[in-house]
Design a protein around this ligand. Structure first.
Ligand SMILES: Cc1cc2nc3c(=O)[nH]c(=O)nc-3n(C[C@H](O)[C@H](O)[C@H](O)COP(=O)(O)OP(=O)(O)OC[C@H]3O[C@@H](n4cnc5c(N)ncnc54)[C@H](O)[C@@H]3O)c2cc1C
Length: 167
């Protein structure tokens, strides 16, 4: 029987990994769960979406980030539910018991109740999102190159960005 306390960290993004780097205890073992096996530097997602960088340039395996921490186990799995009363996390593949739980699973885009907008204005939070946007933009440019109608050409070359923040 393992006497060490089990600390389960949900999410291997900014928050989860900062916790892991700062937390050291000989009395605890740590398990990090993330649905991807890579840490993603989200601030550069827009560069992947606009073909300025390739996907591997802004992602790093979580195991490599934590390679100097033999006390930490990394699992690629998706969190489905948390049973706080029984201190269990239900994953797609497994169920994990914990003594302490760190929840750092990030955020989602808000469409202000208009979920139908998402199809036309996809969010930019994951590598898949960035690659999908890049492909849509580049294919529109290719179609514009092939288009002989001026109006169609202009339509394909027009990109509307909603939101004037850094991204
Ligand atoms: C395009 C963009 C640009 C940004 N630019 C900046 C910037 O310039 N400066 C700045 O300070 N911040 C910036 N941010 C914000 C910053 O990236 C976030 O605030 C930060 O990543 C949040 O950290 P987090 O740990 O809460 O979540 P995240 O870093 O998103 O990590 C969450 C992790 O949880 C995992 N996860 C989610 N759901 C599940 C599940 N059900 N099961 C298993 N794993 C799951 C995800 O795979 C992910 O690895 C930007 C964000 C975006 C999207």
């Amino acid at each position: 029987m393992d006497e060490k306390k089990h600390v389960v960290v949900l999410g291997g993004g900014f928050g989860g990994l900062e916790f892991c780097k700062a937390f050291h205890s000989e009395d605890a073992r740590v398990t990090v769960v993330d649905r991807t096996n890579h840490y993603l530097f989200q601030p550069l997602l827009y560069q992947v979406a606009t073909a300025g960088l390739s996907a591997p340039e802004i992602a790093q395996p979580i195991r490599s980030v934590l390679s100097d921490r033999p006390d930490i186990t990394v699992l690629m799995d998706e969190v489905q539910d948390i049973n706080v009363a029984e201190k269990k996390v239900l994953l797609r593949e497994n169920t994990l018991s914990y003594d302490y739980l760190v929840v750092a699973m990030g955020g989602r885009n808000s469409y202000f109740g208009h979920h139908e907008w998402e199809e036309f204005a996809p969010g930019l939070k994951t590598l898949d999102d960035a690659v999908r946007i890049r492909s849509r933009v580049l294919l529109a440019f290719e179609k514009a190159e092939n288009s002989l109608e001026k109006e169609k050409h202009e339509e394909l070359m027009t990109i509307v960005i909603i939101g004037g923040g850094p991204t």
